[in-house]
Design a protein around this ligand. Structure first.
Ligand code: PLP
Length: 379
């Protein structure tokens, strides 16, 4: 079911019809590792749970519909999902990565793949001329994050995908920050969408997971093969939790975007803050593009403090409702210091983060309480 229904309807119903035998209105939690076969080669579609599991299949079907793709694949973490995609590259291949990206993505590409002869170039993906100039005859892929982590840069998915295709390459978009509710990269020309389902999709800080969605048949075959061969599959219970999270994704995102805007405006007007990165602010360099590409601007806000690292560390230590913790995208608000936490792995690289930067994941608490917390902490 994808024709004609709204996002909220699809999040609740797509890929999860009532159970045929019991009428249960949610997909069952199938813990079985193996499935009886009537005769050799005669199964009901499932043989072994690494290869295929009904709870995972339901989640994969829902995610594929929500992202407007043909096929979804779930993994045990966002990094495992990224790894499955990157295994498409061969020694000698080259890829373009953003100047601003999740530190773990950089670490996987620069520290795990590079020794196998897969090279990369960090590029400012907001500058199409720079992307064009960095593309070499060995470049197969451009890896996009938009909004990016942690600076909330906005990349033109349609233009970058077109450029990749003109060169015979492909474009992957990490849609973790936007979610399919706010951005559907496949409809803008991307070849694959990757998620840390740990974040907004799960939404409750209780599950680590990842997913890839694509409409490219060859890529789908590759992903299914890697999922089964390398085996970084999520447990059925983790799939159940993500599927449950998806049902409220739209209402959570609406409310979190509202809170994030208020937080961004508060920080913009605060004397201790030198600069706020939030694509919903007109001063953000990617504001007009974000307005075209997304119906709302997400719930992540970053800010640079005038007092540099010392001021950032001290503010992060003083918040109470904004819990000092890594991760993002769940119902509770979090604050973190990217240079020493989520992006420590990029220290000294082209992706290194300003130590005066704080990143806030704005949750669902009462906005008055959140602003009072920041007011106390920022002085
Ligand atoms: C944008 C982005 N992509 C991917 C990941 C990796 O996901 P996971 O932690 O689920 O492996 C993260 C984690 O923070 C992230 O922020």
């Amino acid at each position: 079911m994808s024709e004609g229904f709204g996002f909220e309807t699809l999040a609740i119903h797509a890929g999860q019809p009532p159970d045929d035998t019991t009428g249960a209105v949610i997909p069952a939690l199938h813990l079985a590792t193996t499935y009886a076969q009537a005769a050799v080669g005669d199964s009901k579609g499932f043989e072994y749970s690494r290869t295929g599991n009904p709870t995972r299949a339901a989640l994969q079907a829902t995610l594929a519909v929500l992202e407007g793709g043909e096929a979804g694949f779930c993994f045990s973490s966002g990094m495992a999902a990224e790894d499955a995609l990157l295994r498409r590259l061969l020694p000698g291949d080259h890829l373009l990565i953003p100047l601003d990206a999740y530190g773990g993505t950089w670490r996987l590409i620069a520290r795990v793949y590079a020794p196998y002869g897969i090279s990369h170039t960090p590029v400012d993906l907001t500058d199409l001329d720079a992307v064009e100039a960095a593309w070499t005859s060995a470049t197969r892929l451009v890896w996009v994050e938009t909004p990016s982590n942690p600076l909330l840069r906005i990349v033109d998915i349609e233009a970058v995908s077109r450029l990749a295709h003109e060169h015979g390459g492909w474009c992957v978009v990490d849609n973790t920050f936007a979610t399919p509710y706010l951005q559907q990269p496949l409809s803008l020309g991307a070849d694959a969408v990757v998620h840390s389902a740990t974040k907004y999709l799960g939404g409750h800080s209780d599950v680590v997971g990842g997913a890839v969605v694509t409409s490219d048949a060859a890529l789908a075959e590759h992903l299914g093969f890697i999922q089964n061969s390398a085996g970084a599959v999520p447990s059925p219970f983790d799939c159940f939790l993500v599927q449950r999270g998806l049902k409220t994704l739209a209402v959570r995102m609406d409310a979190q975007c509202r809170n994030a805007r208020a937080v961004a405006e508060f920080l913009r007007d605060h004397p201790a803050v030198a600069e706020v990165s939030y694509p919903g602010l007109e001063s953000h360099p990617g504001h007009d593009l974000a307005k075209r590409q997304m119906p709302d601007y997400g719930a992540m806000v970053s800010c640079r403090l005038r007092g540099g690292e010392a001021a950032a560390l001290s503010a992060a230590a003083r918040t109470e409702l904004f819990t000092l913790a890594e991760s993002l995208g769940a119902v509770e608000s979090l604050i973190e210091h990217p240079a020493r936490m989520t992006h420590l792995s990029v220290a000294g690289s082209a992706l290194a983060v300003d130590p005066g930067l704080l990143r806030l994941s704005v949750g669902l608490e009462s906005i008055g309480d959140l602003l009072a917390d920041l007011s106390r902490a920022f002085g």
